[in-house]
Design a protein around this ligand. Structure first.
Ligand SMILES: Cc1ncc(COP(=O)(O)O)c(C=O)c1O
Length: 360
């Protein structure tokens, strides 16, 4: 029987998301370096609470994630009534688009920005307005030039994924001051923990009390290693969050996830270990890349962006067939690059050995 259903036309323009979990035919996934996950996995505190929480999963979760929000508030020294939790950042980023934009509106984001912004924009029938980068960096003036009366949201991946850099905090503040207060600015600081203490970086957390049109988005998928459980949160003025909360599915964060988040926040030493590892192994990997005569985009998070030029497909295939999955960047208009997550020491050594073999 033919169907007379017609989805919103903009939805048919969305290219279905291809995740880093995809393993092409002939590839072996022994080492996954394609999705910027924390290679050490979650804290033992998290594993224990999940085991003990299993007996209670016949109950619905707390619909306001009350204890989790308090734990986040304590960890970041902020007010829990300014926090909203979601099923990963992807959930909160979608909720913001659904709350603040509709058909005919415009949503701004940068060239080669995190792919979800485009999906969230088209999902609500809004128009994507893409700001070109200059040498992979965002120029705040170029963002301001794109603002029109139709602009409703600016998504800033901060630092960027996949380009890995960020706006200096002075430039960020200036940009926020110049954007009209009717435009929502989403500071997506998914990798903020990796940039702790980085000169010129701020997640924007201290700006939220001053600017009610700014939202900071955070995730437990990266530093806290909970990608598979799905936990994200946004921090903003309660007046900004109130309409978001009205459309939020009430049970969007499972009970196991809420408990896991609380435990993950307690184990600061576990997170620090992973951040310290990254601070050593990303520069190590970049040096090895230079020894091979290759170039990379300087990145500040838990991944490297390496330019393999016309050898990119051959390198991707060679690594995949030998058990290491990395991420091709054609979908981000960077077709000669592979994005490579910083893995454990033995994984990085094996990767470099394979690259040396390839280029021998
Ligand atoms: C910039 C950025 N924002 C958000 C996310 C999504 O995070 P989550 O796993 O919480 O949905 C990612 C994941 O890679 C990311 O790179």
């Amino acid at each position: 029987m033919s169907s007379s259903l017609s989805p919103r036309s903009s939805i048919l323009n969305i290219s279905p998301y291809v995740g880093g979990d995809v393993v092409p035919p002939g590839f072996i996934r022994r080492i996954g370096l394609s999705s910027n996950e924390n290679p050490f996995g979650p804290s033992p505190f998290v594993k224990n609470i999940i085991r003990s929480g299993i007996d209670k999963i016949h109950f619905y979760p707390n619909s306001n994630a009350t204890v989790l929000r308090q734990a986040i508030a304590d960890a970041y020294n902020i007010d829990p009534s300014w926090i909203l939790c979601g099923n990963g950042s992807e959930d909160t980023l979608h909720l913001l688009a659904r709350t603040y934009a509709t058909e005919g509106d415009e949503i701004i984001f940068a060239e080669s920005a995190f792919g979800l912004y485009q999906i969230a924009t088209l999902a609500v029938g809004a128009k994507s307005v893409v700001v070109p980068r200059e040498n992979f960096k965002l120029n705040p003036e170029a963002v301001l030039k794109k603002i029109t009366p139709q602009t409703k949201i600016i998504y800033l991946d901060h630092p960027g994924n996949p380009v890995g850099n960020f706006l200096h905090k002075n430039d960020l503040l200036k940009l926020i001051q110049e954007v009209p207060s009717s435009v929502l600015i989403v500071l997506d600081a998914a990798y903020a923990e990796y940039l702790e203490g980085e000169e010129g970086y701020t997640s924007g957390i201290e700006l939220i009390s001053e600017f009610s049109n700014v939202v900071m988005a955070r995730t437990f998928s990266k530093a806290y290693a909970l990608a598979g459980l799905r936990l994200g949160w946004i921090y903003a003025n309660p007046k900004t969050l109130d309409p978001v909360n009205r459309i939020r599915p009430p049970f969007n964060v499972t009970s196991l996830t809420q408990s896991a988040g609380i435990e993950a926040l307690k184990d600061t030493a576990w997170v620090k270990k992973a951040m310290d590892h990254n601070a050593v192994w990303r520069p190590w990997f970049e040096k090895e890349i230079e020894k091979l005569g290759l170039t990379f985009i300087p990145c500040y998070a838990n991944f490297s962006m390496v330019n393999f030029g016309d050898k990119v497909t051959d390198v991707y295939q060679f690594l995949g067939k030998n058990g290491i999955i990395v991420r091709p960047m054609g979908a981000y208009d960077l077709p000669t690059y592979l994005r490579i997550t910083i893995g454990q020491a033995h994984e990085m050594e094996e990767l470099v050995d394979l690259l040396n073999k390839f280029y021998a």
